[in-house]
Design a protein around this ligand. Sequence first.
Ligand SMILES: *Cc1c(COP(=O)(O)O)cnc(C)c1O
Length: 385
Amino acid sequence: MEQPIKNLNFIDLKRQQQEIKQELEQAVLRVMSHGNYILGPEVAELESNMAEYLGIKHVVTCANGTDALVLVLRAQNIGYQDVVFVPSFTFAASAEAVRLVGATPCFVDVDPKTYNIDTNSLLQAIDFIKKEHPELKPKMVMPVDLFGRPCDYDLVNQIAQEHNLFVLSDSAQGFGAEYKAKKSACFADATTTSFFPAKPLGCYGDGGAIFTNDSELCHLLKSLRVHGKGADKYDNVRIGTNSRLDTMQAAVLLEKLKIFPKELEHRQTVAMLYNKYLNGLVQTPVIDSQYKSAWAQYTIVLPENIAREELMAHLQEQGVPSVVYYIKPLHLQTAYNDMPCVNNQLPVTEHLANRVLSLPMDGYLQPEMVEAICYKIKSFFECAV
Ligand SMILES: *Cc1c(COP(=O)(O)O)cnc(C)c1O
């Protein structure tokens, strides 16, 4: 009889903690003793270290990845009757941020191989809005580095330039990813990320950040995250909000950032092992040579003859957790199904939502474990044919 795998988590955050437990404890205790809980020295230090790591001029941290999107939308004055083009195959926060400022997300299809925004669909969507909704103004495109893989920034930027769209990249899953040997944070007008615990670089609570080379935008974002403060702390010059990264979280992130490059390499190794063992069995993630994924998720596409629910149940029985990201595309969700959507259907998005499956992935998953997981998948496939 096959034995189930023991102690396998979908994302193992404990192993990482063991690695730097002392450093983390000291970092948190330092914050407790200096007492600058809001925008303390660790926040500025993190912003500076992160800017250096990413090769970008400005890092503005904030309360979470959703706020990061909202802050940029607000800084760009996006609101009522403005349209932001968003892929439908993403986490709800991408479109939610657009709705929160009163603007309209127009849903765009994705590429079947990369799961990222399909630029042909984007062009169709721009046409669609101009023809069908002349009352709305196309203002922005929000590509998403889904599962950690950067989108095709050259193509997106080119289309954005031709149509006068601001590019806001939702890289909540893409921290550390690369395109053409540069970090993916460097290509859009502004890029946001999330430090939610399960993201590639996670803190011990909520956190987020915005990356940009635009000094004016950086200045505006730093005002918006503290109630619209002006040069004089008690003269608020605009309506802002309260969206700061806690000093405690910055202290945790400073320690985690130090080991992040090593973890990223390990994720890459794990992904290549998965590719090797699953090759020919399922559609494995396609990452061309100019791209490096941050591997937020390792996501496969199942063939038509495999019942996903049954496979997941089998894997669960065998001790292998798996998750479907994302089972319901945004254009079909209750809160968003009245928003415009190019040609009123997104076939690739709908196909992927039915067929994808994400497997365990983190910076510490052992090669033998990857092999064992793939063996469990193979044995199910053999019974299915
Ligand atoms: C996680 C995530 C967000 C939101 O980040 P929070 O920090 O949870 O607010 C936004 N977009 C995408 C694609 C995400 O995966």
